[in-house]
Write a new protein. Structure first.
Lengths: 541, 265
């Protein structure tokens, strides 16, 4: 009898273990580094800011096509209940196992059922009353995810780790002192056992950096300072003044891309401080307005390329670096492409940083060309009037690369501004623009522009009534999805630029770009706008 | 140019230093009245602080930047009930849920900013108009009322003029009457469309995106159009407002109309 009971208990235990194991397999332990490396190969996921490490934001999905896109309809809308008047909902949601993980303005965050738009949990950070830069840009661009952990940076310059099942904070680390002017808004980039984060606050007495943290312990592994210390390489491009270097700016507020073969991180660096006033900072001011390539293990600088040496126009280079392997003048090249705030489109060799191409994509009068040495031939330092405004010819919102067509597609801004520098007061915790800008508000407009990556030539454009801050995504079906300042979420034929669908979301699409994924046999496209996150598909599920 | 700017910057800092002992005599800056009111130096230093701290969002001319919802601050004191204390509080505390942050400036500097905004604020008539307001009212009803409102009466195509004498100068109003196309306000840009069925519709643009346009017609009816359905869409440069030359309204007529507008305050 006893034996039988024992036998039954063993059986029950085995069954329990089986079901537990099975449940565990179903619910999963969350994505691994290998899963993120796998990128778009599993279309039911969107595991990192751009969908994969390349920064191309180009999905292989083909259910929605230029021919049927006019059938797209909204399936559900999520309301955040928090907003950033003057900017927008800039996040890119992550998706795994039918759950969306979404950050919002003012450091809200949610886990949302991708099938219904209903939230599993909501998180809101209690922020201090005396935020500095974080108060003027209370935005966030997304989570990083590894296993059952989520990672988010905050407006008071901290990095948080969450349990993705509950929204509970597992650990938190201070990145820098927010009271000086630091803040953090970029989506973390997750590598193999590393969480890479950047920092905001280049208008304050700050010194930018890129940090790598251990995802489990929360300990910092390395830091790359974007402004060199006295005597370090690059310091020769600044005055020999430790105080100037310690406040040189160079924010890193947009995340980067990653080449696993080269083990290099590509990350953009922001403006020098002060923005417009330059008497205190003669020289090129490295590594402001540059793209830096860092060794992922150590954070050491492999190479850099500076787009705007000695910037006096607030033309941060915080753009998503777009990686591709292409044929270049008869050779195979591993390149990185950047559409820059200064109005030029660049192609660089991403192994060495060699300059390959720099061509204007807006009517900028700043430079005639980029010389063979990779430096701009500056025509107008601002004193002659009418340059791209401080928000630039494009900005941080993502572009896309369409491989089959060799098109780099980005949102361009045509603006006209005159810069008048003035010596700033230089007070800790207060912004330090160092002058004023007169913007001709009557003449500006925006445009979605498709550039030939080999020449920079404009292949097509679609114009918007006003300068626009919406990002771009493309798919293998030959579709481009974009948002504009008037609130339209739109689909275009990637080859011709013809608009094939639009939906008025009711609020400007600002800083965000679409994602797309498969769920229960349907291809979804999703965009944040204002306080809404809306999922679209060709039919109801 | 930069030398001049440096000099201005230096001057502004010296002026701040000069002011601080003066403002120290006041028992408290958390008061309802600007302790620096009427002192032109306060506005001058406030202007320097404004250009360094505020102009990036509100524009170097303080007239705002639409694309980031930064309001026109030259109009800030024309809002009903808007006081200098309100403006002081807004600068200090910011506007939650917007990109307008709180500012930890010393109170004296906030009052200087208030003084500056007061100095660049739109101002109304500069003196008492010597005209006949009753005759002006008659002329207004004959020539203006179809499109403009006064005290809840009149049309809606043009701006409500009930408080215009408080926010625009006499010259600005006369210029608008004599040459309405010289400066056309953002909300009054003229457009003409040819819609389906060869229907012509002229009016002012209330809103527009890449695919549609929203118009208030000269018949004062709101109409929205999908651009793809239009046969013609013309952005005009001539205001929908009638030009009143000397033969339509002479100098005395204008004086009487101005007198009527002023009598309404």
């Amino acid at each position: 009898m006893m034996k039988q009971i024992k036998k039954r208990a063993t059986l029950l235990l085995s069954l329990f273990c089986f079901f537990s194991a099975n449940l565990s397999a179903q619910s999963g332990d969350g994505p691994t580094y290998e899963d993120i490396l796998d990128g778009f190969n599993d279309p039911s996921r969107w595991l990192t800011y751009s969908g994969d490490y390349s920064g191309r934001r180009h999905s292989p999905l083909t259910q929605i096509t230029p021919e049927n896109a006019d059938q797209l309809r909204s399936i559900w809308t999520f309301q955040s209940g928090t907003t950033t008047r003057g900017r927008g909902w800039e996040t890119t949601p992550l998706l795994d196992d039918g759950v969306l993980y979404v950050t919002g303005s003012n450091n809200y965050a949610w886990a949302i059922d991708a099938r219904t738009g209903r939230a599993f949990w909501e998180y809101r950070r209690n922020l201090p009353d005396d935020l500095t830069y974080g108060a003027s840009a209370p935005v966030n661009r997304g989570f990083g995810m590894l296993g059952n952990q989520l990672f988010m940076v905050t407006l008071d310059a901290h990095l948080l780790s969450f349990d993705r099942r509950t929204g509970e904070v597992l650990w938190e680390r201070e990145l820098a002192d927010y009271r000086v002017g630091y803040s953090a808004t970029a989506a973390p980039l997750i590598l193999d056992n590393k969480v890479i984060v950047g920092i905001s606050g280049g208008e304050y007495q700050t010194r930018g950096f890129i940090d790598a943290f251990d995802p489990v312990s929360g300990e910092r592994i390395w830091r790359f300072n974007t402004i060199p210390g006295p005597g370090e390489p690059g310091s020769e491009s600044w005055p020999n003044d430790p105080q100037v270097l310690a406040q040189g700016g160079g924010g890193t507020w947009m995340n980067g891309s990653f080449d696993p073969d080269l083990n290099l991180i590509y990350w953009g660096v922001g403006n020098p401080n002060p923005d417009y006033y330059d008497e205190t900072r003669p020289g090129d001011n490295l590594y402001t307005d540059s793209l830096v390539a860092l060794d992922a293990n150590t954070g050491e600088l492999r190479w850099h390329y500076q787009f705007t040496p000695h910037d006096v126009n607030d033309w941060d280079s915080n753009h998503m670096p777009v990686l591709a392997n292409i044929e270049w003048q008869g050779d195979q090249r591993r390149v990185v492409m950047v559409g820059n705030r200064n109005g030029f489109f660049y192609v660089l060799d991403r192994v060495t940083g060699e300059f390959l191409l720099g061509e204007p994509f807006t009517a900028t009068t700043w430079a005639r060309e980029i010389g063979e040495d990779g430096r701009p031939v500056v025509l107008n330092d601002g004193s002659l009037g009418c340059l791209p405004d401080p928000w630039g010819s494009t900005n941080f919102y993502p572009p896309t690369f369409v491989p089959g067509l060799d098109l780099f597609i980005l949102t361009a801004r045509e603006t006209c501004a005159t810069y008048v520098p003035e010596e700033p007061a230089n007070t800790p915790g207060q912004s330090n623009f160092g002058g004023t800008v007169f913007i001709d508000s009557e003449s500006g407009y925006g445009a979605l522009r498709a550039l030939d990556i080999h020449t920079g030539a404009l292949e097509w454009e679609f114009r918007y009534p006003s300068p626009t801050f919406g990002g771009v995504m493309s798919t293998a079906a030959g579709l481009v999805f974009a948002g504009d300042h008037e609130g339209n979420f739109m689909a275009f034929d990637a080859e011709s630029g013809e608009n094939v669908w639009h939906y008025q979301t009711g609020s400007r699409i600002w800083g965000a770009a679409a994602i797309t994924y498969m769920l229960d046999g349907l291809q979804y496209v999703m965009i944040p706008s204002g306080t809404t996150l809306t999922a679209f598909a060709l039919r109801s599920p | 140019m930069k030398d001049l700017i440096n000099t201005l910057g230096l001057c502004s800092r010296i002026l701040v230093l000069f002011f601080l002992p003066l403002v120290g005599f006041h028992s408290s800056f958390g008061q309802e009245l600007n302790p620096l009111e009427g002192d032109p130096r306060a506005a001058r230093v406030g202007g320097s602080i404004f250009r360094a701290q505020c102009a990036t969002c509100h524009g170097a001319d303080a007239m705002g930047i639409d694309s980031i919802d930064a309001p026109d601050l030259t109009q800030i004191f024309t809002r009903p009930g808007s006081s200098e204390q309100d403006v002081f509080q807004t600068i200090r505390e910011g506007i939650p849920g917007s990109i307008m942050p709180p500012h930890a400036f010393p109170e004296a500097e906030i009052w200087m900013l208030v003084s500056y905004l007061r100095s660049v604020g739109v101002s109304g008539f500069t003196g008492q108009i010597q005209g006949d307001p009753d005759r002006g009212m008659f002329l207004f009803s004959e020539n203006c009322e179809t499109c403009h409102r006064m005290n809840g009466q009149g049309g809606s195509l043009g701006p409500n003029l009930s408080m215009i004498a408080a926010v625009r100068s006499e010259d600005a109003i006369i210029n608008s009457i004599r040459d309405p196309s010289a400066i056309i306000g953002r909300q009054y840009k003229p457009v003409s469309v040819l819609a389906e069925g060869n229907v012509r519709f002229r009016g002012i643009i209330k809103s527009e995106d890449a695919f549609s346009i929203q118009v208030l017609g000269t018949n004062q009816v709101l109409r929205g159009f999908r651009k793809s359905t239009l046969q013609e869409l013309v952005y005009e440069d001539q205001s929908v407002m009638t030009t009143f030359n000397e033969s339509a309204l002479n100098g005395r007529d204008l004086t009487d109309i101005l007198s009527y507008l002023q009598s309404n305050l």
